[in-house]
Design a protein around this ligand. Sequence first.
Ligand code: ADP
Ligand code: MG
Ligand code: MG
Length: 885
Amino acid sequence: QQTVYTFGGAAPHDDPRQRDKTITGGKGANLAEMASIGLPVPPGFTITTEESVRYLREGADFSDALRSDVANALKHIEAAVGKNFGDAADPLLVSVRSGARVSMPGMMDTVLNLGLNDATVEGLANTSGDERFAWDSYRRFIQMYSDVVLGLDHGLFEEALEIVKEDNGFYADTELSADDWRALVTEFKALVEQEQGKPFPQDVTEQLWGAIAAVFDSWDSDRAKVYRRLNDIPADWGTAVNVQAMVFGNMGDTSATGVAFTRDPATGNRAYYGEYLINAQGEDVVAGIRTPQYLTKDARETAGAKPLSMEEAMPDAYGELARVFDLLEAHYKDMQDIEFTVERGKLWMLQTRSGKRTAKAALKMAVEMVGEGLIDEQEAVRRVDPMALDQLLHPTLDPDAPRDVMTTGLPASPGAAAGKIVLDADTAEQWSQRGDKVILVRVETSPEDIHGMHAAQGILTARGGMTSHAAVVARGMGRPCVSGASAVSIDRDTRTLRIGDKELKEGDEITLDGAKGQVMLGIVPTVEPELVGDFGILMDWADKLRRMRVRTNAETPDDCRMARQFGAEGIGLCRTEHMFFDAGRISAVRQMILAEDEAGRRKALEVLLPEQRADFTAIFEVMAGLPCTIRLLDPPLHEFLPHSDSEFADLADATGLGVDHLKRRAGELHEFNPMLGHRGCRLGITFPEIYEMQARAIFEAVCAVQKESGEAPLPEIMIPLVATRRELEILRALVERVAEEVFEEQGARVDYLVGTMIELPRAALMAGEIAHEGAFFSFGTNDLTQTTLGVSRDDSARFLAPYVDKGIFPRDPFVSLDIDGVGQLVEMAADRGRATRPDIKLGICGEHGGDPASISFCEEVGLDYVSASPYRVPIARLAAAQAAL
Ligand code: ADP
Ligand code: MG
Ligand code: MG
């Protein structure tokens, strides 16, 4: 295998391996590509990623093949430039640049001006006729090499430079003369010798190999490791090394260096966008040593800035750059992020890649590029990252507004929320009913806080991770949430809280930035999301291309309406228990649960029936004409029980039963493993009257909506936690009996289906049998993940992060489906279900229904639909389209 590929000059660029980013890295592959289409690229060569992997594996040793290939490739550069490396009279200088498969901004190291030493610096001064430039380059080289290769503290060099500036009353580096730089070089060399006990290397070959090793080693630096973990980049990719002839932006006022985007990466506007600096090199633009200048006259005038734009200061080089922008876009058919240098009026291209962009810009560019004929609709759909849409679906903080950040927690649910602090769910509900905007602040949340979370603009918790109750529910509801903000401490007695050193009380105003995890004092103004224009156009294209339907998980008319606006085509999961927590009826629910016998339960259920019917009627009115999967009661009953003494006292009043009696009954319901306890269809089997009431409420509501509007939804009644065919058989019969009763009473008839959730491994195994009883399966992948992995979602925060870090799971299996494991059960159950009942409807309703990777898997196994929380519906639509392409 070739270890090195040359580019630029007379190099051939036709080996496919050279254009393959996995072999030559992103930078190397694109440098070769630019050279091959005739763009001005300084000649150079790329050492493959394979060599870096081998080097690291073999304990920091270069192979013989690499040594000789590099020597040959260096000759290619020398021939192309007409200078020799290490030649004291007219030296070739090179840069040594890292370049992984994907860009890892600032994660790896670059050395510029390599090849300078005490002799070649004089040659450079002679041939360039610019002594100042030569000595400036040499001091830059010593600084960078000492930092990157020798591992010396770069602060030492900066300090020395600062002292020279102070002594002379200089403000900018550009004020230093050739002699100043020469003196500084002497000082720098002394510093190096003092720090490492030997002189700065004068042998240019030693310099080169030192820099190559440093780039290889930088792959395993702490910085790079952290970056890889945060961005899901495998440790075994390695990095390529690019060695390239230097071009100089620091040769006076006809030279410059800059970075640019072919379109505005923030807005997507079709305008060149970028910054440049005259008489500067490489890092100067981003390092903030001098304030960079605008690229275009327009941008400069809009900003009201004085220093001339590149368009004005160097019109010829700028014209050439604009031509290259257009060539690059036409070639890559995408917005490019480029780095360039102008040496004495001549433009050189040093890098290009697809530019990172905001979601808004991604949409605008994708849609406009279709209009320009650059790409087709499929490509446009493919190009937008579904997850990035999240940024657009929530109100966001005005980016220009000032922020007083008190503390930062986990960015659990994106979006911005501002309002008054409330410390419990009931207060949240009461205050919001009287028209206040509130932020619910809790140590952590539990299912009984749902109504308060719904009433709140946003949620802040002191404890809990990205998959804590607060985080999951908040994302589902589209409420911004900051979780695990450990600097928050709550005092429930005085109804105050401390955040760091600030003392706040209930009613004080705060703002959350759910995307950043920030908690701010006071109200920071927000801007509303816009779902029209480019967003709508791209979604239409996506809808044309997808096969799977997209439904929503929703249990309130508001959520349903919102989901329909976002394009939901039905309900995939309506969790009826959320309706039971409502303030008006929790008392009846508790009476039902604590009743001693069936008669007592039926009495309480009679109170609940009209309430449930009203719930369903309101939902069905919004969802008329669409399928609605309604899950009958699922959680263990004790979740609804009173906790505090005052709640027990209230219940005693309502029932006429003593507090002690109630507490004893509550104690009897205690379970050791509620998740595996008396819940799901087990409730329906043991207390059939509960499911009867729910079925009746559903059918009465459908009939009512049918009568009223002439159009009914299609109810799909879902029995949870089924493990056996017989459970479903019994409960299906129950639902059918109630349906017939209601149809008889109403003198009407509607279509409906009875089916089940597949959320236990046994159900997946027995799917062929179970399908005899159910018309549909909905994969409840939250529970299926818990039960297959034997991992409790509520307790996993403690160990799942380290599991992901160690590569035991590629991602949190509660966020992205464990396709290898749990996925097998899904696939098997789908196959077995279809074998029994070819027209069985198949869908997914876990959190995974809104995760693009999981959605792609659902497409593969041929599910009919996915279901996601309202705010994730557009993400799911786009992901479903991408999965179908
Ligand atoms: P990064 O990946 O961190 O952007 P680069 O390898 O692109 O690092 O190098 C950073 C900067 O150094 C480039 O943007 C460019 O300005 C400068 N640079 C790199 N190689 C050369 C070169 N051969 N000639 C001139 N400048 C160079
Ligand atoms: Mg770069
Ligand atoms: Mg479940």
